[in-house]
Design a protein around this ligand. Structure first.
Ligand SMILES: [Zn+2]
Ligand SMILES: [Zn+2]
Length: 201
């Protein structure tokens, strides 16, 4: 696989995406830039028009925060649209999946990226400014590693059937999107099945 379209055409779209991301955040920061660029690059690798207005692409972001917002504005994939999932491994990385073909690509900053930016910055330039400048302008191959991957989870089960509803036999709360587990007496929510992340205060 080779990236199909040249870098400059994609980067022309970066300022508008960053304006959108910064408006969500009330600031612009290096991780938003990385997220937006990762999204643009993913669109090129998957040979799909980004940002998506449909649900064809599913993104797994590996950390929350600023990076995820950059990914969202560039890819059109959002938690609120069920086209983004958080796999909170605390890594600035994301995997973009074309759910129609199963093609997937994982994009992460090169491990030595920040060190190279710091070393290469002009005398007196602040780190933050150096990161911003580099992330906006450096070629993709200087910024990212790109790896075609295959998902090891069940995509159909993950996406599930929108609109499916069940009622927990223990607490009576509604469970949507097929997230119930089957207990001896019928469906249970994950809280009642023992995966509760809270306790009564
Ligand atoms: Zn930020
Ligand atoms: Zn329950």
């Amino acid at each position: 696989m080779t990236p199909p379209d040249p870098l400059p055409a994609r980067l022309e779209r970066l300022p508008a995406l960053l304006a959108q991301s910064a408006a969500l955040h009330r600031h612009l920061c290096p991780r938003q830039v990385l997220g937006a660029r990762a999204g643009l690059l993913a669109g090129a690798w998957l040979e799909l028009e980004f940002p998506r207005t449909d649900k064809r692409v599913l993104v797994f972001v590996e950390t929350d925060g600023c990076f995820a917002d950059g990914v969202s504005v560039a890819s059109g994939c959002w938690l609120g649209r069920r086209t983004m999932r958080l796999v909170d491994h605390g890594k600035v990385a994301a995997t973009f999946v074309d759910t129609r073909t199963g093609r997937a690509v994982r994009i992460a900053p090169r491990p030595d990226l920040r060190a190279r930016v710091r070393e290469g910055r002009p005398e007196g330039q602040k780190r933050w400014d150096a990161y911003m400048a580099a992330y906006r302008t450096w070629p993709d191959e200087e910024v990212f590693t790109v790896q075609p991957v295959r998902l090891t989870l069940d995509l159909a089960a993950l996406v599930s059937v929108p609109g499916v509803r069940a009622v927990c036999g223990a607490c009576g709360e509604e469970i949507i999107n097929g997230r119930e587990v089957t207990g001896p007496g019928g469906p249970l929510c994950r809280d009642c099945a023992g995966e509760r992340y809270w306790e009564a205060g």
